[in-house]
Ligand binder design. Structure first.
Ligand code: 5GP
Ligand code: ZN
Length: 138
């Protein structure tokens, strides 16, 4: 499989690693949104949050928290981002969490969107549909 992040895991491509355990590695994004932008990825290839085991996802969450705490020593805030699918902006098809350092006045346009409005009675349709899907989801 031609996956750039698998090649980083195997060491075939170099990366600026900051953390590693048996399930995951964390390394600096080569084209950062801000300096210190870290990616946290599972060692075992999976494409998205939906096809990763709960166990590995738990390990990733704990590592994302650890990396966030480290970045918060030098920065005022962090954004944690995770894109699934082309429509959501995923460019590398190996699950990854972005941890992006934030500081006031940094001018980054992350986590702000033009809010939509529900029509009358529409929110309950979304509520019911998502609840139904959740009942069917493990
Ligand atoms: P996505 O848009 O898929 O959520 O983000 C992929 C991220 O991977 C991008 O921020 C991009 O800069 C980063 N990236 C892509 N290729 C490489 C690489 O070879 N090395 C590193 N360190 N980061 C990469
Ligand atoms: Zn991969």
């Amino acid at each position: 499989m031609d996956c750039i992040f698998c090649k980083i895991v195997s060491g075939d491509i170099p990366a600026s690693k900051v953390y590693e355990d048996k399930d995951l590695i964390a390394f600096l994004d080569i084209a950062p949104a801000s300096k210190g932008h870290v990616l946290v990825i599972p060692k075992k290839h999976s494409e998205s949050i939906a096809d990763t085991s709960e166990r590995v996802l738990s390990s990733l969450s704990i590592a994302v928290r650890k990396v966030s705490k480290a970045l918060l020593k030098d920065n005022e805030g962090v954004n944690v981002l995770q894109n699934n699918g082309k429509a959501a902006g995923q460019l590398v098809n190996h699950l990854h969490f972005h941890v992006i350092p934030r500081n006031s006045g940094d001018g980054l346009e992350i986590a702000h969107w033009h809010a939509k409005k529900y029509a009358d009675g529409e929110i309950i349709q979304f509520q019911d549909r998502i609840k139904k899907h959740l009942k069917e989801t493990r």
